[in-house]
Design a binder for this molecule. Structure first.
Ligand SMILES: [Zn+2]
Length: 184
């Protein structure tokens, strides 16, 4: 998930970037890797997985305003994402690696806010998400982490990135009446 200006990774090739477009049009031109569920990561990490994490961190270092990035966005269907959002919902200096995440609990309250995505370059849209969630995941050392995420923005980043691991892009969660809008 991105904040503000975007740079593409594995990207949807959009024909027109100046005005809102129909979500149905976008659905037809998305990269197929972004539309299939990813595989669970096994321990100990194999070379392919370690390389994927290294590639994701290298990609993140080149992206401006990166909130999160999922493995399918660099062409690997593995259940890994990285994010650099603090528990207070601010851009942080450090990048956190999340492996095999699961949502354990989610708030009934749903909130809508704008999301962008490095794979849907140049657009943003209002996406309904659970305001808070409780998650379980593995860190890079293989330790299990259980975490209550009460900050709505961090909860949104988790839900956006976890959707990538199911082959779902944010515009598929948007209300049909809400348009995708150009960033800028
Ligand atoms: Zn995304």
């Amino acid at each position: 998930m991105s904040i503000g200006r975007l740079l593409p990774t594995v990207a949807v090739d959009l024909p027109e970037k100046k005005r809102p477009i129909s979500v149905n049009l976008l659905r037809n031109i998305v990269h197929p890797i972004l539309n299939i569920p990813s595989s669970t990561v096994n321990w100990p990490l194999n070379l392919e997985t370690e390389q994927t994490v290294a590639d994701m961190l290298a990609t993140a270092s080149k992206l401006q305003n990166m909130a999160g990035l999922a493995a399918p966005q660099i062409g690997k269907n593995l259940r890994i994402f990285i994010h650099q959002i603090s528990d207070e919902g601010k851009l942080a200096d450090r990048t956190i690696v999340i492996i095999n995440p699961k949502i354990l609990e989610k708030s009934e309250k749903i909130v809508k806010a704008y999301e962008g995505c490095f794979s849907v370059s140049g657009y943003k849209g209002l996406v309904p998400r659970h305001e808070t969630i409780k998650v379980e995941y593995y860190d890079l050392a293989g330790q299990i982490v259980v975490k209550e995420i009460s900050n709505p923005f961090l909860a949104r980043v988790f839900q956006h990135e976890m959707d990538h691991l199911e082959g779902i892009l944010y515009y598929q969660r948007m209300d049909l009446m809400d348009p995708l809008e150009p960033v800028e």
